[in-house]
Ligand binder design. Structure first.
Ligand code: ZN
Length: 345
């Protein structure tokens, strides 16, 4: 099969496009002929590598994908050949106590597709049967692939972990990334008032089109937490969605007493200082999560299928141009998801 892969960690130059052997599905697995694969920041981190990461090489990146089931392994009962599906990249083992309790994103032997297992930048991928969800005709492969990781992540963070309620106020730090554009829509659907801090008028325009109520341009308002404070009658917001990390000091200031800080990532870097006086003095909760469980995935994807939530697709590239696609992702200039289209559509 045609695939994009790397044989060693490094920059864009390590990505290759060529032939690798097509995998075959084992017991309980399905082989998906991919039509679309969406990019995520984790793809860049895996390509660059980190200490302790051990991959079997060559490695195929890519967590998100949608396609058609080409072949099913022994014992597969819920899906069949020829079905259009979207992939849930959250690979719980399905057997440990957490998986059995419906918390598969806390699995004791957890893997993310494309991170520690061969991913979706390819014509074919093998995944467990429980990791595919049949697609209705109302949604394209491109939109489905673009939605899967970011919508489940945002939903689990805001709704399941964050317990967001109608009438609450939410500040989202960042206007245009995949998780942020999903978070804006989910917060609006939940009945919240949404504040967004973005780096440019163009990115804020996107946030507005998704329903954001208050827009703050940080290129004009460096001290955005003060602006939030003023806009909320000096109260602050109930919930801050902060997936930058290094912005925690500002997020703490922008939160109301008793507020919740939700985080699913750290695009600004992993290590930073916080002033603990804000945490106890303002009764703040810092709530982390990663990906979602199966139930949340199905629930949020149903809303995507119904058109109540939509993935924002920025650019589409053919599979062989994955290097250009990753370069665009690395530039940080994208508005929404970057997708690779695979095969003859
Ligand atoms: Zn498990």
């Amino acid at each position: 099969m045609k695939a994009v892969f790397f044989q060693q960690h490094g920059g864009l130059e390590v990505l290759q496009y060529g032939e690798l052997s097509t995998p075959t599905p084992s017991m309980g697995e399905v082989l998906v002929r991919l039509r679309a694969a969406a990019l995520n920041r984790v793809d860049l981190w895996v390509r660059n590598g980190w200490s302790g990461l051990k991959l079997s090489l060559p490695h195929i990146p890519g967590a998100d994908g949608a396609g058609v089931i080409e072949m099913v392994g022994e014992g597969v009962t819920t899906v069949s050949e020829g079905m259009a599906v979207v992939i849930n990249p959250n690979l719980g083992c399905g057997r440990c106590p957490e998986c059995l309790a419906g918390q598969d994103n806390r699995c004791r032997n957890w893997h993310l597709l494309g991170e520690t297992k061969s991913g979706t930048y390819a014509e074919y991928v093998v995944v467990p049967e429980r990791n595919v969800l049949p697609l209705p005709e109302s949604i394209s492969m491109t939109e489905a692939a673009a939605a899967a990781l970011v919508f489940q992540t945002a939903w689990h963070s805001l709704i399941t972990r964050g317990q967001l309620k109608a009438g609450e106020s939410v500040l989202i730090v960042g206007a245009s990334g995949g998780v942020n554009t999903a978070s804006i829509q989910i917060a609006k659907l939940a009945g919240a008032t949404v504040f967004v801090v973005g780096s440019s008028p163009e990115k804020l325009e996107l946030a507005k089109s998704l329903g954001a109520d208050y827009l703050i341009d940080r290129s004009q308002e460096e001290n955005w937490s003060k602006v939030v404070y003023q806009l909320t009658d000096r109260q602050g917001v109930d919930v801050v969605v902060d997936n930058v990390g290094t912005t925690f000091p500002m997020s703490f200031r922008a939160a109301k007493k008793g507020g919740r800080i939700l985080t699913v990532g750290n695009t600004g870097g992993a290590i930073f200082e916080i002033d603990n006086r804000f945490v106890f003095g303002k009764h703040l909760s810092i709530i982390g999560s990663t990906m979602s469980n199966q139930q949340d995935f199905r629930q949020v994807m149903k809303l995507v299928f119904e058109g109540k939530l939509r993935a924002v697709v920025d650019r589409v590239y053919p599979l062989r141009e994955a290097k250009l696609a990753q370069e665009w992702l690395e530039s940080g200039r994208q508005n929404g998801k970057i997708v690779l289209e695979i095969g003859d559509l």
